[in-house]
Design a protein around this ligand. Sequence first.
Ligand code: HEC
Length: 164
Amino acid sequence: MRLRLAVSVLAVCAALSGCGKKDDTAGLPPPLSDAEKVTLIASLPEPFHSADLANGESRFAACKSCHSVERGGKNLTGPNLYGVFGRRAGSKKGYEYSEAVEHAGFAWDAEHLEGWLSGPRTYLKGTKMSFSGLKDPKDRTDLIVYLMTVTGYRTPGMPVPAAP
Ligand code: HEC
C-alpha cells in the first residue's frame, strides 16, 4: 500500500517534472532528425513550404544574443525557445516575463510569431523584448520555419518519438 503510494507520487513527479528535481528537458520532445525536418517542411502550407532555411538561420543571428534554442538550453536575456511552438506565451519555467507576454493569452504558432516578429513592441505593448522587428515578410517566414526545425516542433500528423 505504502509502496504503491510512493510509486504514484514518483509518477506524478515525473509527469510534472517537479518535486525538487532539476530537469529542464522533462516533457520536451527530442530534436528533429534530418529526415523529420524534411517531412515537417513537406507538410507545411505555403509560404512556409518553400522557406529558405539557410536564410532563416542567418536571420536567427539577430536573436542569438538573447535566446538559446537548444533542448534544455539556458534562459539568457530572453527565454530558451526549445519547444516554443504550442507553448503558451510567457510560460517557460524559471523565466520572468513582462506582464504583457505573461498575459498574452495565446500559444505560439506560426501566425502569432509572424505578428510578433514584425514588431514585438507593437504586437504586445509593454514587452521587454527590445528588438525592432524583421521588416521583410520572407525573412520572417524563413526564420519561423528555421525555428520549427531547431525547437523540436512536429506537425500534428508527425509521430513524436519518446524523449531520450
Ligand atoms: C535584446 C534581446 C532580445 C533579442 C535580440 C530578441 N529577443 Fe526575443 N525575447 C527577449 C525578451 C527579454 C523576451 C521576454 C519578453 C517579455 O517578457 O516581455 C523575449 C521573448 C521572446 C518570445 C516569447 C517566448 C515565450 O516563452 O513566450 C519569442 C518567441 C521570442 N522572444 C523570439 C525572438 C526571436 C525569434 C528573435 C530574433 C528575431 C528575438 N526574440 C530577439 C529578448 C530578445
